[in-house]
Write a protein that binds this ligand. Structure first.
Ligand SMILES: Cc1cc2nc3c(=O)[nH]c(=O)nc-3n(C[C@H](O)[C@H](O)[C@H](O)COP(=O)(O)OP(=O)(O)OC[C@H]3O[C@@H](n4cnc5c(N)ncnc54)[C@H](O)[C@@H]3O)c2cc1C
Length: 403
């Protein structure tokens, strides 16, 4: 597809200003009540208490759940109707997220597609592809994975070695990816591969959408300390991608990458924060009878972190609504999200005492605490976010980078 035909900011796209210059507005009380009631009706008819234990079954259950959430208009409410959303302002989408969070509605199983990859595709793919891909992402009819990290290229992503060779009708991919969330269930993935010389670093990387159901792809699930195989190692042995699978321009995939990472570190926090707010809501109640100084201190730290994250989220929502780039503040959002996630579950863990390790886990706190360790790694580690803040926002001397 020619570069000129690329759709950068389609009308109605949630990242495009609807009322430029205005901050996210309070939602009218009657409208708020209507949205709250709408979510309550959905939650009443879709209780989520007994998720299956076995991963395959649990995954299928969550796919069905996301499909139903989508059919009820609650999975991607702020997306344009053309791509499967209902085009509501971000302020209303936040109410929906909050209410789903309060009801402990499970996170979207296809969150990598919806939160991390879709905003990027909206900026870089063509409209026909978006019409095909986005509604199926929203309904979880098609699961997507993100194929960026490699065994020797995580924080230093520009050193990735997976190769894309040009052939007559497109490309052939050979290489190895790791930590790819839900890759074992994925139908498609967004993959970064080197198209330039070996030492070209970020100047020789291209981005592709690849069909994951092809010969030559081997997926080995990896078990995390929560006990779930949430991610996988994936090898590609001369796997074809047709010419339309190239996203953005050849050798210019770094721009696509930065866009993905900005969303993963910024707007993704809106959905995650709704879940954390709900987790935090039950912490003080459990803490009231506690007379242990350190536990009380950890509850207070958690409260402060959530309060600060809420302020940060308001800023991100404003930026989205007014069409400001979300990239610059994204490392701060990511750090704020990481702090809140880890401090809230540290407090919950302290309150549970020995049950914090062995359960029972009726509030999801044990799993939440174990998973919270990942918050300072996924989407770029906390140390890397600090480096970016130091170099780009504060103008401190740069880290020594390999050339
Ligand atoms: C739950 C989870 C889900 C994930 N899902 C995906 C996915 O779907 N797709 C995908 O592509 N990847 C995914 N990842 C991978 C994630 O992006 C990487 O783990 C992350 O970028 C860190 O890379 P690494 O693991 O190779 O660690 P390394 O880069 O090897 O880093 C090791 C340690 O060194 C530190 N470090 C490295 N460089 C520097 C530096 N310059 N300055 C200071 N400290 C430094 C890091 O902070 C870290 O503590 C996921 C990770 C997790 C935990």
């Amino acid at each position: 597809m020619a570069a000129g035909a690329r759709l950068r900011t389609p009308p109605g796209h949630p990242h495009r200003p609807r009322r430029a210059g205005h901050r996210v507005r309070e939602v009218e009380p009657a409208r708020r009540t209507a949205l709250v009631d709408e979510v309550a009706r959905f939650v009443r008819s879709h209780p989520t208490v007994d998720l299956p234990e076995a991963l395959d079954e649990r995954f299928r259950w969550l796919v069905t759940y996301q499909g139903e959430l989508h059919r009820a208009g609650l999975a991607v409410p702020s997306w344009p109707t053309e791509f499967g959303g209902r085009g509501v302002p971000i302020s209303e989408a936040i109410i929906i997220l909050e209410e789903l969070g309060k009801a402990r509605s499970p996170e979207l199983i296809n969150f990598v597609a919806v939160e991390v990859l879709a905003p990027d595709l909206i900026a870089f793919a063509d409209r026909q592809q978006l019409r095909e891909w986005l509604p199926r992402m929203a309904s979880a009819d098609e699961i997507w994975c993100q194929l960026f990290s490699e065994p020797d290229a995580g924080s230093d992503l520009a050193s990735l070695r997976t190769r894309a060779h040009r052939v007559d009708d497109g490309w052939r991919i050979t290489g190895r990816k790791v930590w790819s969330t839900w890759a074992q269930f994925a139908d498609r993935g967004m993959l970064l591969a080197r198209t330039g010389p070996t030492d070209s670093r970020h100047r020789g990387i291209s981005a592709f959408v690849i069909d994951m159901r092809q010969p030559g792809i081997e997926v080995n699930p990896l078990v995390t300390m929560t006990g779930a195989s949430e991610f996988a190692e994936v090898t590609f042995d001369d796997v074809p991608v047709d010419a339309d699978g190239l996203i953005g321009e050849v050798d210019r995939g770094w721009a696509v990458t930065l866009h993905v990472l900005a969303n993963e570190r910024g707007p993704y926090a809106l959905r995650r924060a709704a879940m954390l707010r709900a987790a935090m809501a039950s912490v003080p109640e459990r803490a009231r009878g506690v007379d242990h100084t350190r536990t009380r201190a950890s509850v207070i730290d958690a409260y402060i972190a959530m309060w600060l994250l809420d302020r940060r989220i308001s800023q991100v929502a404003d930026d989205i609504q007014t069409g400001q780039p979300v990239g610059e503040g994204a490392p701060i959002t990511k750090m704020s999200l990481t702090d809140a996630e880890q401090l809230i579950f540290d407090a919950a863990h302290a309150l549970l005492g020995p049950h914090g390790v062995v359960g029972p886990d009726d509030l999801g706190w044990v799993e939440g605490w174990l998973y919270s360790r990942a918050a300072s790694i996924y989407g770029g580690s906390a140390q890397v976010q600090r480096n970016i803040i130091g170099e780009r926002l504060l103008g401190l001397p740069p880290e020594p980078h390999p050339r």
